[in-house]
Design a protein around this ligand. Structure first.
Ligand code: 13P
Length: 241
């Protein structure tokens, strides 16, 4: 059975105080949320402690946004698995297009980060997706297949989430058509050894398009940026119908 995972990716938003303020507005909205939906907040490192201490008994899981593959070392600005283990972290976003584009992550380093996340007992959320230029050139499938093949070398597919995030749909309000997102996710699933991997869609998921996206048979969840920052908006997404 494929699990439904709805995750907010807060990116570089929210101080500890703002994260706690979010929880105050958000947790009360989850009373009717079906039990089979995993609800995740991927927060900045500095908010992980505050979230860990304030989620006892709540059904919300915590995610981090990066992990380095070495245990310790001279890697300024990076974070290790042991450091994340001090918090109640369950998920780690790996290979987000913003990391690939602005911070030099490659399929090879993404693969190392995925393996590290699993070694420390986290569920990695591997992000893949094509640029507008690649889509227009008809390269979508080839780009994604390469990201999946290279990213998943030596990775345990029983402990994994994949997010299909077309780069042109991120932060633009230009959501991928639900049917097309479903099609590409089907292509991703064909590349996997384990067909039960949860595959999310990400890219301008909003309260007004989540129902249609989640109605697609291949789409098992959402990775949500902007619309996860506001409690009511993210609650509506989590409580999609
Ligand atoms: P938006 O929902 O803001 O488009 O961001 C998507 C994303 O990048 C989630 O990881």
């Amino acid at each position: 059975m494929r699990k439904i995972v709805i995750a907010g990716n807060w990116k570089m938003f929210k101080t500890q105080a703002e994260a706690l303020e979010f929880l105050q507005g958000f947790l009360g909205e989850l009373t009717e949320t079906p039990d089979d939906r995993e609800v995740v907040l991927c927060a900045p490192f500095t908010a992980l402690g505050a979230l860990s201490r304030n989620l006892h008994g709540a059904r919300v899981r915590i995610g981090a946004q990066n992990i380095h593959w070495e245990t310790t070392g001279a890697y300024t600005g990076e974070i290790s698995g042991a450091m994340l283990q001090e918090f109640a972290v369950r998920f780690v976003v790996v290979g987000h297009s913003e990391r690939r584009q602005y911070f030099g992550d490659t399929d090879e380093t993404v693969n190392l980060r995925l393996q590290a996340a699993q070694k420390y007992g986290f569920v990695p959320i591997l992000c893949v997706g094509e640029t507008k230029q690649q889509r227009d050139a008809g390269e979508t499938e080839a780009v994604i297949i390469k990201q999946i093949e290279k990213g998943l070398v030596g990775v345990d597919q029983t402990n994994l989430v994949i997010a299909y995030e077309p780069i042109w749909a991120i932060g633009t309000g230009d959501t991928c058509e639900a049917v097309e997102a479903n099609r590409v996710i089907g292509v991703i699933r064909q590349q996997l050894k384990n067909p039960d991997v949860t595959i999310q869609y990400g890219g301008s998921v909003k309260p007004d398009n989540v129902d249609e996206l989640m109605a697609q048979p291949e789409i098992d969840g959402a990775l949500v940026g902007g619309a996860s920052l506001e409690p009511k908006s993210f609650a509506r997404i989590v409580n999609y119908v």
